[in-house]
Design a protein around this ligand. Structure first.
Ligand SMILES: [Zn+2]
Length: 164
């Protein structure tokens, strides 16, 4: 695969030395997307405009969800040892089942809105990379809005979820 799904550049204009995990390795992700160049890979893993990296926001959200899901007070978490997780942004109190943004972040203007946007961009990012890995059609024009949103921070799209 020579063309990169995010910037649409090809070798030799972009390098491809680092593994790009579709789901962060620290969350147990094992799948790699071969169509992510090093520049785009590093974009998702680093801070921009003083905001956290998209990858950091994904890790935080899923680690906290996992903590809540595996809480020993419910059926799923019963008899499982709790994974230790230290959050960058939140104070997590499992006894009281409370997740609060740390004061140094809650005082920052628009921080929750920014965090929500980064999370949505990250979920779309995982979708497109997994789509490329499984189906191989991520370069299709119909996914341009995901490229613009996740990689270039343009537009605004919701993530819908269903409680089942
Ligand atoms: Zn790229």
């Amino acid at each position: 695969m020579n063309t990169r799904i995010w910037c649409c550049k090809s070798q030799p204009n972009v390098s491809f030395k680092n593994d790009a995990h579709t789901i962060p390795k620290s969350l147990g992700g094992k799948n790699l997307c071969e169509s992510v160049c090093d520049t785009c890979n590093s974009y998702f893993g680093n801070m921009h405009d003083k905001l956290p990296a998209i990858e950091t926001v994904i890790k935080e959200t899923f680690n906290i969800s996992r903590l809540i899901l595996l809480d020993s007070s419910n059926d799923i978490g019963k008899n499982k040892s709790l994974a230790r997780f230290k959050s960058v942004f939140f104070n997590v109190d499992m006894q009281k089942r409370k997740v609060r943004i740390k004061p140094k972040f809650s005082l920052r203007k628009n921080f929750q809105v920014d965090l929500g946007r980064l999370l949505r961009r990250g979920i779309f990012k995982i979708y497109l990379e997994e789509r490329e890995r499984q189906i191989g059609d991520a370069l299709d024009d119909k996914f341009n809005f995901i490229r613009e949103f996740s990689r270039y921070n343009l537009g605004n799209y919701p993530v819908l979820y269903f409680n089942v």
